[in-house]
Write a protein that binds this ligand. Sequence first.
Ligand SMILES: [Zn+2]
Length: 170
Amino acid sequence: MLRHCESRFAEWRLPPSSTITTVAQELSRRRGRPIHLIPLALGADQPSGLSLTLPTMDVVAYEAETSRTHQEHIIAHELAHIMCGHTGSISIDENVARLVFPNLDPGLVREMLHRAGYGDEHELEAEIMASVILRRMNARPERAGPTPPAEVQEVLDRLEKTFFSDGDGS
Ligand SMILES: [Zn+2]
């Protein structure tokens, strides 16, 4: 699986000095849709990152309150899920996306977003792909990603409140 991930990523021919932002931009270009990297205060006992496949864009949220190195790992892991086409139960299609809006059922959102939505094999592949990505990058810190559109930020703020503020660990 390592070799498979290495050869898939090598096809991108990214320069060795690529940053996680470069990787996200290249993935975005290849998918023909924007990818937004969003820092969120997720809290230590929550998943440290998540990816959402929305109808017109991909969103990667990562823990804001941690080291840059850890953030790069989280982002690389989530980009790897997107790159490898893991949708799991985290993929949100048009029908489901409206749940993110005001009438959302927090329990359902929680279920959709939970990392456990990915099977072990997908987690393993994402982790391997992440390590392949990180090996290709230099460690120079850089601000991640463009600022998301206001409506996306609004959704994310709501997600953050609903899903992450008063986690009961279930
Ligand atoms: Zn994962």
